[in-house]
Design a binder for this molecule. Structure first.
Ligand code: HGY
Ligand code: MN
Ligand code: MN
Length: 407
């Protein structure tokens, strides 16, 4: 008999065992074997909690607590099951296990709701294997469609559709997995230091920042490291280094809300005594204001073009992810504030510097995301940690919000 978790901390530990990495972190990328095992185990747990489970064709997993009149659109509550490489135990996972625990409690205490309540374990949000992020929520909301997934391959050249088929899922262009959702609620770790620094337990998010992610390919001429004088070189490494240095200088001239990250860096042929033929690196830029985000991206990309031209290098700039900043739902946030006040739970109105699935759902329905503190503000790391009491407080607020909305 499978052993199911009895409490939140146990559930987090249990879920983190799927894709556990030697460094104490978790690596559970889209359509990997650990991803499939995690979804199957969650499905079993949801069934065991009395929820009606089903997958959609790309592997989003739903657990439904049906209403007496189940014809009205559902309230969806959940988060993403995938992680970054060597990520933490809580990012995404907490939102799923808290949602399952909340629905199990509501069913036991109050029976069937007035409105369908559905947990969702979203197949992918991070964009850490394939160059597409939020594909789970993007397909449910219709922000993405079949054509956005076509031709997508990972860094090993494996296509998204083949990886999807390898774990038993498949999408045809006639599949419509868009859902009509009444509201979307996500509970998530803050992944930053604000709540801990301010000694607050619940973050009520007003705005989720906009973000753009680019892949920059700089091509030059590979040659012998010893026989090629510097003045004869068309070295993409020199170009890429100047671009990244210039990017950092440009960020420094902006306000603190503008953040830019070079997270991936590939050298070809990546050999000590060979002048590289190509450098590929990523740039992730974020800001809570769409105009500031757009202006900065326009500025840095034209600067990169200039540097390439000046050094006689070829450059290809591909933007592969873009989400505008979105406002979370005011009414839902007022309810959360009221719940915190009546339960004497400390809270703080804030923005989210991390992107989240709630950002996609906000395009089709009222959506919000609640934060609990991250110890030391650390995330996307094996050191990610949130205390049991904060996890439990977040769950309590989530349960009361769902009770108000659906009973
Ligand atoms: O990168 C992000 O903002 C999120 O953690 N995927
Ligand atoms: Mn997340
Ligand atoms: Mn994340």
């Amino acid at each position: 008999m499978t052993q199911f978790p009895n409490n939140l901390s146990e559930a987090i530990r249990w879920l983190s065992s799927f894709g556990a990495s030697a460094d104490g972190g978790v690596t559970r990328t889209l359509y990997s074997s650990s991803w499939k095992e995690a979804q199957e185990a969650l499905k079993e747990w949801m069934n065991n909690c009395g929820l009606e489970t089903n997958y959609d064709s790309i592997g989003n997993l739903f657990g439904r607590l049906p209403a007496i009149n189940s014809s009205v659109p559902s309230i969806l509550v959940g988060s993403h099951v995938d992680t970054v490489v060597s990520g933490g135990k809580y990012d995404g996972a907490y939102g799923i296990v808290a949602a399952v625990t909340a629905l199990e409690f509501l069913k036991r205490e109050y029976g069937y709701p007035r409105v369908n309540l559905e947990v969702v374990s979203l197949c992918e949000e991070e964009g850490s294997r394939f160059p597409i992020a939020c594909s789970g929520s993007g397909m449910i909301t219709g922000v993405y469609s079949f054509k956005d997934l076509m031709g997508v391959v990972d860094s090993d050249g494996v296509s998204l559709f083949n990886a999807m088929a390898d774990v038993g899922f498949g999408l045809s262009e006639h599949d419509n997995i868009k859902r009509n959702i009444q509201r979307f609620i996500e509970i998530h770790i803050e992944q930053g230091p604000s709540l801990e620094k301010l000694n607050k337990t619940i973050g009520i998010v007003q705005t989720i920042v906009g973000q753009k992610r680019f892949r920059i390919s700089v091509r030059g001429e590979s040659n012998h490291a010893g026989t090629t004088l510097m003045k004869w070189r068309r070295d993409p490494m020199q170009g890429a280094v100047e671009m990244i240095y210039t990017l950092q200088k440009m960020v420094g001239a902006c306000d603190d809300h503008l953040v830019a990250t070079v997270g991936q860096f590939f050298v070809e042929p990546n050999t000590p005594n060979v002048i590289p033929s190509q450098i590929v690196f990523t740039v992730d830029v974020r800001h809570p204001l769409e105009t500031a985000l757009n202006d900065f991206c326009k500025h840095f990309t034209s600067k990169f073009q200039e540097i390439a031209k000046d050094k006689d290098l070829d450059i290809v700039i591909e933007k592969w992810h873009e989400v505008p900043p979105v406002q979370m739902d005011r009414e839902l946030n007022e309810w959360v504030e009221d719940i915190c006040q009546s339960n004497e739970v400390s809270y703080y109105h804030m923005n989210s510097g991390a992107g989240h699935d709630a950002q996609l759902f906000a395009h089709i329905c009222p959506a919000t995301i609640l934060f609990v503190p991250s110890q030391g503000g650390i995330s996307h790391s094996p050191q990610e940690y949130t205390s049991t009491s904060d996890l439990e407080t977040g769950l309590k607020v989530l349960i009361q919000l769902l009770k108000r909305l659906a009973y």
